[in-house]
Design a protein around this ligand. Structure first.
Ligand code: SF4
Length: 350
């Protein structure tokens, strides 16, 4: 079958050969609970013959999502606790999240906001809510950076994105506008001259953080979309989630981070998976994550090193959770481990 539109239902997943007919009912139950969307670009990337395909694992619903673990929660990173007005999360003094839209071009099965996004989610800000969100930012001179996330802000039309960018551009104390998106990977053709012009904020740097988790997502088309953004003067960073069965492998992670750097995208965050409902099959232990991140040291250039972070449940912000290479021995002496795991005294004893 041709795949020229986004797959959204269990029946369409079966029709596209992504789910077996025997599983249709269970998958329909998952889809009635958590939004499903697989763009044509992604559907074409999935290898139907590989039962462990890393693209399928990220986007094709799985009956395991119906299993809730006791530690999971609807709002794992605590957005609600820090939302002074609709669409704004003000967790850190100098920056806010602005969630103008709770729709995504694809729905990740491990999504940390899966209870908020999708057709049954929080929707799009009304004009009055958007006015109130912009007024909140304007009234708080400590806000240096506005991070548009959601949902995926790049699903908005260039006209609406341009309006938001213009309004933020007029607030003197906002110096940086950052968009978090999957669009360059999942709908690369959307990144055209009109959309790029809309993202640029007059007199202020625009940053775009690209979410991708496996090197196979970084196709020629995705690379072209990122190049168009960067050539237009937009700075790009990456964010990835460390996911069991997708990228919990030192070679895959190294290839992903190198690919970002080759695309002129600086690896930024590698997130430990959040405690989102029905996602325990994606979670690895912190120790496993630390070992994988440590394996990147020495193996790939310093440019390719992401920061391994955990969003502390309850809304307490991000913590850097990579294992430390240095241990205090007292008296100003330390033991430091090199990238091969060999230990050295600091300062040297001889
Ligand atoms: S793109 Fe982001 S917000 Fe949307 S489903 Fe994926 S993780 Fe969730």
């Amino acid at each position: 079958m041709t795949m020229d539109r986004t797959i959204r239902t269990a029946g369409e997943l079966v029709g596209a050969g992504l789910v077996g007919a025997a599983d249709e009912q269970a998958i329909a139950r998952v889809a009635s609970r958590y939004a499903v969307a697989i763009s044509p670009t992604l559907a074409r990337l999935i290898d139907r013959d590989d039962p462990h395909d890393p693209i399928a694992r990220q986007f094709v619903p799985d009956a395991a999502e119906l299993t809730l673990a006791p530690e999971e929660r609807a709002d794992p990173i605590g957005d609600g606790a820090h939302s002074p007005v609709a669409g704004i999360v003000h967790r850190y003094p100098d920056r806010v999240l602005m969630k103008a839209v709770h729709v995504c071009p694809v729905y990740c099965r491990f999504c940390f906001r899966r209870e908020m996004v999708g057709p049954q989610g929080l929707g799009t800000l009304t004009p009055a809510e958007l006015d109130a969100a912009v007024a909140y930012i304007a009234a708080h001179p400590e806000i240096w950076e506005v991070i548009l996330t959601g949902g995926d802000p790049l699903v908005l039309s260039p006209r609406r994105l341009g309006e938001i960018a213009k309004r933020l551009g007029k607030i003197d104390h906002v110096k940086i506008v950052r968009f978090h998106t999957r669009v360059p990977v999942v709908e690369p053709d959307r990144i055209d001259a009109e959309l790029i012009a809309a993202l640029k904020v007059s007199g202020k740097p625009t940053y775009v953080a690209l979410h991708a988790n496996h090197p196979r997502e970084l196709t020629t088309e995705a690379r072209g979309a990122a190049a168009r953004l960067i050539d237009a003067g937009i700075v790009m960073v990456s964010q990835s989630v460390l996911l069991k069965g997708v990228n919990d492998d030192a070679d895959v992670l190294a290839e992903l981070m190198r690919a970002f750097v080759e695309m002129r995208i600086k690896p930024y965050y590698l997130h430990h998976p959040d405690l989102a409902p029905g996602t325990s099959h994606f979670r690895l232990s912190i120790e496993e994550g630390q070992a994988l991140v440590a394996s990147l040291r020495g193996r790939v250039s310093g440019l390719c090193q992401p920061t391994y972070i955990l969003d502390i449940p309850g809304g307490h912000g991000k913590a850097v959770i990579g294992a430390s290479a240095i241990e205090a021995e007292g008296g100003g002496c330390y033991t430091v481990s090199d990238f091969r795991g060999n230990k050295h005294a600091y300062p040297p004893k001889d």
